[in-house]
Design a protein around this ligand. Structure first.
Ligand code: BEZ
Length: 240
């Protein structure tokens, strides 16, 4: 057994980790069958699970994701939702959201990204979205950030009771894309336009050399140097 697998009552659940290849799957969705990752090569994907259709926290989350979908598309990122409900439940719930729910400034929100029917829990189990300490019958609120090469780059888990922060999901995605494009790291709470860290995390000890070579604009100490990176430059590199 791989050491990232959990054996529980004779069933094996996979727990993919950051840096792993995302498990492949085909699935029925509200937008037809999808074949992952083949269909998504060259794109970032946010694969996220929710516990159940027709529940309030999940409804607020879906409406928020719809509101932000164009922002994700603009940075070459597709969204895929999943719960262990069936297709007819998904369709009825999404129709209710569009036709009936008015929440905050959101109304008539139409979910156009695919929502996976995972009644068998096949996909949820491959991604470690069923976490029995929280629930054995529904997925936790998981968010997988998968890069254009199909590698899992970040994972966030929330419990059933807590709605996710979609600004943070978008911010983290843009930070990863910026790190890839410019070979830098991003400090706490970074947003495009803020200074970035050189050299990137993991290459300790040579930061100050960068200062001497004019690669850095400011050093707080020998291990902590930053440089300016304009918002326009970031946007030009990541917006497709
Ligand atoms: C909700 O989305 O509101 C929810 C779902 C499962 C458990 C608790 C809350």
């Amino acid at each position: 057994m791989e050491n990232n697998e959990i054996k529980k009552e004779e069933e094996t659940f996979s727990m993919p980790r950051i840096g792993d290849k995302a498990p492949s799957f085909t699935a029925k969705t509200t937008q037809g069958e999808i074949n992952f990752p083949e269909q998504y090569k060259g794109k970032w994907v946010i694969l996220f699970s929710h516990p159940a259709d027709f529940t309030p926290v999940c409804t607020s989350e879906f409406m928020t994701f719809v509101k932000m979908e164009d922002k994700f598309k603009e940075v070459n990122c597709d969204l895929i939702g999943l719960s262990v409900d069936g297709l007819y439940s998904h369709i009825a719930w999404l129709r209710t959201i569009k036709e009936k729910i008015e929440y905050k400034d959101m109304k008539g929100m139409e979910v156009k990204f695919p929502l996976i029917d995972d009644v068998s829990m096949k996909v949820a189990n491959k991604f470690g979205m069923i976490q029995p300490g929280e629930s054995t019958t529904s997925a936790v609120r998981a968010v997988f950030f998968i890069d254009p090469k199909g590698i899992i780059r970040a994972i966030i888990y929330y419990p059933l009771s807590t709605g996710r922060n979609f600004d943070e999901i978008y911010r983290a995605l843009v930070a990863m894309q910026t790190a890839d494009e410019f070979g830098v790291a991003t400090p706490a709470d970074w947003r495009p336009g803020d200074d970035v860290i050189v050299p990137p995390a993991g290459s300790c000890g040579v930061a100050k050399d960068r200062m001497d070579g004019k690669d850095a604009d400011k050093c707080y100490d020998w291990f902590f140097c930053t440089k300016k990176l304009g918002e326009d430059e970031v946007n030009k590199a990541i917006k497709k």
